[in-house]
Each structure stands twice: as structure tokens, then as C-alpha cells.
Design a protein around this ligand. Structure first.
Ligand code: ADP
Ligand code: MG
Length: 385
């Protein structure tokens, strides 16, 4: 963190030739359990991780916004006096512009800023660098213009920016956890009521994330197909969303749907149930039950929702063999590649790393990326003095 802060400060001084007034931080995240449940109005259970985006900023006397991202060493400039348009040149700037628009919608008095963005969240790896960027911009605006915006509202405006301005149809999980995360806790989110509960993680546990580095071209078409299958199941079951269905109801109506639609619904119904049970297990410090639930979740994603790929299954198998029921591991994220997440006793982390280094590449032909994380708090202003 300190080095990110230092880097943001130095880059700001080099680029703008004066000192920044304010620093904020917003974290990336990983979802521990609850996959493809969000758009079914169900439950998700992420934690914020100690990979973060830091923004250094200073107010200007006019309505210009100048922004540099250290990650791409690119900069952009726009005026708040005109309707904001998509940046054709810099895709990343649309996240910045989108947040300015959707915060300005509520607080028209926001004005010009100079900004430097500096992040160590891996970009596009499924750890939500996009939400970390949006939430850090919104938190900067909140601090610099004394906005009274509540954390959940701030997160919703960031989601709007990603949905409407960037054009990515994400749920609320990423922005909520980046805003509301609590140190050493995971956050149970009810995607219907938007109520949240912080749940402590067991002591002595590390959150290990391993990126399979599988590149898959079909992610969005497969995602849309799953959404449609879930809607079809809800329609047949006469429920608003699969959140409202039970396994009993599904079994009674099994003959009315295709085998594929049945399996998709079974995943969502059982995954919602597992997610609630996972929060209960962690509240009781019961890592054994949590581990079983993670294993069942992976199994359900593999066989019922059919969103895992062989390389990801291999990673899970390698880590499972090390953990030997002392911790849990599953694929995390939308599927067809991406990361696996493990909750592992800290003393096992080196063994996991060694096993993955030894076996994954030779079995899959791919080289992994390995991240050892701890749950951190959500977005905040940093006192950098
Ligand atoms: P993820 O959120 O899983 O990292 P996304 O595709 O949703 O992946 O978001 C990644 C995109 O977000 C990047 O391609 C870039 O446009 C933008 N982004 C995230 N962090 C930064 C950053 N520090 N600087 C510039 N752009 C960023
Ligand atoms: Mg994202």
C-alpha cells in the first residue's frame, strides 16, 4: 500500500508539477461463494482483497478534468461543461467519465480535478479492477466536494457508470464490496433487497487466488445463454426469479423442462442455499463446513451449470489435494477460465504454491498467476502525511 501511495504521489508531481491534496484507496475483490446467483436475485459472498487502486487528486479552479493512469501510462482530459461523451481513444477513461456523469447527476456542483490513478489489482483478471477504479473515483469526488452520499448509493452510481456508460452489464457485487468491505470479514449481499451482513473470516486463514490464465472467447455468449436458461426455468416454475424457487418446486416440475434448464435451475437454487450456509458456517468459525460447501459449489458449477473448463478443474484438484479438507477451494467468477479461490490455513500457502508450480503447467500447458490475499476494508480516504 505504502509503495502504491508513494508511486501515485511521485507520478502526480511529475505529471502535474505540483503536489496532490488528497489520496483515496479502493480494493479489488474475490467472491468466496455464490456464482451466477446475482441476476437470479440471490446471494453472493465476496471479500475485499489487499490489491487496491489508489488515486491522488487535487481540485482545480475550473471544470476541466485531467487524468493520468500509471497502469497504461496514458492520460485523458475532458470538460464538465459539455455533455460527456465516450472516449474513443482510451477505453479506460470511460470508467472515469461514467462515474463523473453519474455522481454529477446527484451532485451537479462537482467541478474540475487533476487525478492520477495507480493500481496493483491485476487488470481484467476477474478481481474487479473496474469496480476498484470506479469506487476510487467516486470516493475522490465525495471527499473533494464534501458530498453527503451514502456508501450504498455511491456503489450504485458506480454500477450505473459501468452498466450505462461503459456498457458492461454487471451486477452490484463488485461495487458493493469495494465500498462496504470490512477488514478480516466477508460480506453477504442479498442481491434483491441489497441488504448486507459482514461475517468474520476464521483467524489464521489466507485467501489464495490463482488465475488459470485460460483465455476463452465465448464468455459473454455463454453468460447470456445461462441468463436465458434461468429465466426460462423461473417462467416454468411461475416464480419471479429463481431466488423464489425451492428444490421441491423444481422436482415437481422437472418433466416440464429440458434436462439442461433443470440442471441450470438446480445449480442456482442449491448455490443460494450454500451461500447462506457458508455465511452461517463462517459465523461459527466452522472452516470444515465452509470447505465442503466450496467443494459442492465447484461440483455444481462443473456439472450443472457447466461453466468450468478442464484447466480450472485441474487447478482445483491440485489445491484440493494439498488442503485435504483443511480448507476450501472452488472456481470463482463467471466461468470459462478465470480464477480459483481457496480459503487456506496460512501455513499451507507455501505448499499450495509449490504444488501448483509443480503440476499446473505440465498438466494444462498454461502458467498460473498466484495471489495471496487478506480481507481488507472498503474504500477510504488515506491520510498520507
Ligand atoms: P476486471 O474488473 O475483472 O479487472 P474488467 O474487464 O471488468 O476486468 O475491467 C478491466 C478494465 O478496467 C481495464 O481494461 C481498464 O479499461 C479499466 N481499468 C481498471 N483499472 C484501471 C487502472 N488502474 N487504470 C486504467 N484503467 C483501468
Ligand atoms: Mg470488472
Amino acid at each position: 500500500m505504502k509503495s502504491l501511495l508513494q508511486k501515485a504521489r511521485t507520478e502526480f508531481e511529475n505529471f502535474f508539477h505540483y503536489q496532490p491534496q488528497c489520496f483515496v484507496r479502493a480494493p479489488g475483490r474475490v467472491n468466496l461463494i455464490g456464482e451466477h446467483t446475482d441476476y437470479n436475485d440471490g446471494f453472493v459472498f465476496p471479500c475485499a482483497i489487499d490489491y487496491c487502486t489508489v488515486i491522488a487528486s487535487s481540485k482545480r479552479q475550473d471544470n476541466q478534468v485531467r487524468v493520468l493512469t500509471v497502469n497504461f501510462n496514458e492520460n485523458d482530459e475532458f470538460s464538465l461543461d459539455k455533455p460527456l461523451e465516450h472516449s474513443k481513444e482510451h477505453g479506460w477513461s470511460n470508467y472515469v467519465r461514467g462515474v463523473f456523469i453519474h455522481i454529477k447527476e446527484l451532485y451537479p456542483h462537482i467541478a474540475g480535478l487533476d487525478l492520477v490513478i495507480c493500481s496493483n489489482v491485476p487488470l481484467g483478471a476477474g478481481l474487479s479492477s473496474s469496480a476498484a477504479l470506479e469506487v476510487s473515483i467516486a470516493t475522490t469526488l465525495k471527499k473533494q466536494f464534501n458530498l453527503t452520499i451514502e456508501p450504498k448509493q455511491l456503489a450504485k452510481q458506480c454500477q450505473k457508470a459501468e452498466n450505462k456508460f461503459v456498457g458492461c452489464n454487471c451486477g452490484i457485487m463488485d461495487q458493493f464490496i469495494s465500498t462496504l468491505g470490512k477488514k478480516d470479514h466477508a460480506l453477504l449481499i442479498d442481491c434483491r433487497s441489497l441488504e448486507t451482513q459482514s461475517v468474520p473470516l476464521p483467524k489464521g486463514i489466507s485467501v489464495v487466488i490463482v488465475n488459470s490464465n485460460v483465455k476463452h472467447g465465448l464468455v459473454s455468449s455463454e453468460y447470456n445463454a445461462r441468463r436465458e436458461q434461468c429465466e426460462e426455468a423461473a417462467h416454468i416454475l411461475h416464480v419471479n426469479k429463481l431466488r423464489d424457487a425451492t428444490m421441491d418446486l423444481l422436482e415437481k416440475n422437472k418433466s416440464k423442462m429440458s434436462d439442461v434448464v433443470y440442471k441450470r435451475a438446480r445449480h442456482v437454487i442449491t448455490e443460494n442455499d450454500r451461500t447462506l450456509k457458508a455465511a452461517d458456517a463462517l459465523r461459527l468459525n466452522d472452516l470444515a463446513t465452509m470447505s465442503k460447501l466450496m467443494k459442492q459449489s465447484h461440483h455444481s458449477m462443473k456439472n450443472d451449470f457447466e461453466i468450468t473448463v478442464p484447466a480450472v478443474d485441474t487447478l482445483v484438484e491440485i489445491i484440493e489435494n494439498v488442503l485435504n479438507e483443511q480448507g476450501g477451494v472452488r472456481m470463482t467468477g463467471g466461468g470459462f477460465g478465470g480464477c480459483v479461490v481457496a480459503l487456506a490455513p496460512t501455513e499451507q500457502v507455501d505448499n499450495i504454491r509449490q504444488a501448483v508450480e509443480k503440476e499446473y503447467e505440465s498438466r494444462s500447458g498454461l502458467k498460473e498467476s498466484f495471489y495471496v490475499c487478506h480481507a481488507v476494508g472498503g474504500a477510504e480516504v488515506i491520510n498520507a502525511s
